[in-house]
Ligand binder design. Structure first.
Ligand SMILES: [Zn+2]
Length: 310
């Protein structure tokens, strides 16, 4: 089975021709997130025409188009519900209509965190499991859940997506979601510089001399023994592990998959989270697997076939 696949992020859009568990060809477009979706769609159509020509294929060779996007989407109608400030016209844009006009193909729209889970389930570290939660550690903490083979969507298409917004610190930092002390507000790409700045000894530390306080710098300097970096790394690990425990207790999975850019440091993260989850979850049936995602940025594209087939 073949599918056209789009992964729309805040700053880029990736178009791909997918065949089963493989990406045949892909093309990345810079996407100006201050622009409109209506202006981006013709560029996406052009990108697909180029890919099809290069591959010697036609749209009739494809079962449909799988559209993965950030934000909250109504997967039953293919409509965007809230793209927040990223695509101002998304909620008014008829993307399924565009797909029908351009390619004469059916289209399904799904949130990118769910698409990444579908991809990992179909072609990555979730293969062989049917009850999965995924945590994506990046600028924020994203996530999705599958229970007994069914991708969790919920009444308002938010189910499973907000695991990064569970409280891990009473009286903690204010989060962008409105809650206080969320995992994301305590240990994510956007909150890390805020946490670090308030850490005792930060100003005189090697981390404090970095031009940019991000997870790359944090893990590198912790590895080199900078005391402040070691302490903050420890704190982040505990936040993520506590959030993973919460997800296990909420969703009863067989496996927790950790993905996202922060997992470049998986050798420092995975053993800690795995051990913590094994020690602190109530799972009389056995032990939950904790694994790193395998597909990286390809995961959401490789969710195309199960999305269209579902
Ligand atoms: Zn939050």
């Amino acid at each position: 089975m073949k599918a056209l696949a789009i992964d729309l992020g805040g700053t880029h859009a990736r178009c791909a021709l997918v065949k089963d568990r493989a990406i045949l060809r892909a093309k990345t477009l810079e996407a100006d997130s201050t622009g409109t979706l209506a202006a981006l769609l013709p560029r996406l159509a052009d990108a697909f025409r180029t890919l099809l020509r290069e591959a010697g294929l036609q749209t009739s060779d494809f079962a449909g188009l799988a559209f993965s996007s950030c934000g909250i989407v109504d997967s039953s109608t293919g409509r965007f519900l809230s793209a927040r400030e990223k695509w101002t016209d998304a909620e008014q844009t008829d993307v399924p209509g565009w797909c029908e006009r351009e390619f004469s193909l059916p289209m399904k729209l799904e949130n990118d965190a769910r698409m990444a889970l579908l991809g990992e389930w179909y072609a990555g570290s979730g293969r062989g499991f049917d009850s999965i939660v995924m945590m994506t550690l990046g600028t924020g903490i994203g996530g999705a859940a599958m229970i007994e083979g069914k991708l969790l969507r919920g009444k308002h298409f938010q189910a499973g997506n907000l695991g990064g917004h569970q409280t891990v610190q009473l009286g903690g930092r204010k989060c962008m979601c409105g809650n206080i002390g969320c995992a994301e507000a305590e240990a994510s790409g956007w909150s890390l510089p805020l946490v670090a700045r308030e850490w005792p000894g930060f100003t005189g530390s090697a981390l404090g001399r970095e031009p940019r306080v991000d997870f790359e710098a944090l893990f590198r300097l912790a590895q080199e023994g900078d005391r402040v970096a070691v302490e903050i790394r420890e704190r982040c690990l505990r936040v993520w592990a506590a959030a993973a425990v919460g997800l296990v207790h909420a969703f009863d999975p067989e496996i927790v998959i950790l993905g996202g850019g922060v997992m470049k440091s998986s050798s420092a993260i995975l053993p800690f989270v795995r051990e913590y989850v094994r020690e602190h979850t109530w799972t009389p049936w056995g032990k939950v697997n904790v694994r790193a995602a395998e597909l990286g940025n390809d995961a959401a594209l490789l969710g195309a076939i199960p999305l269209l087939g579902a």
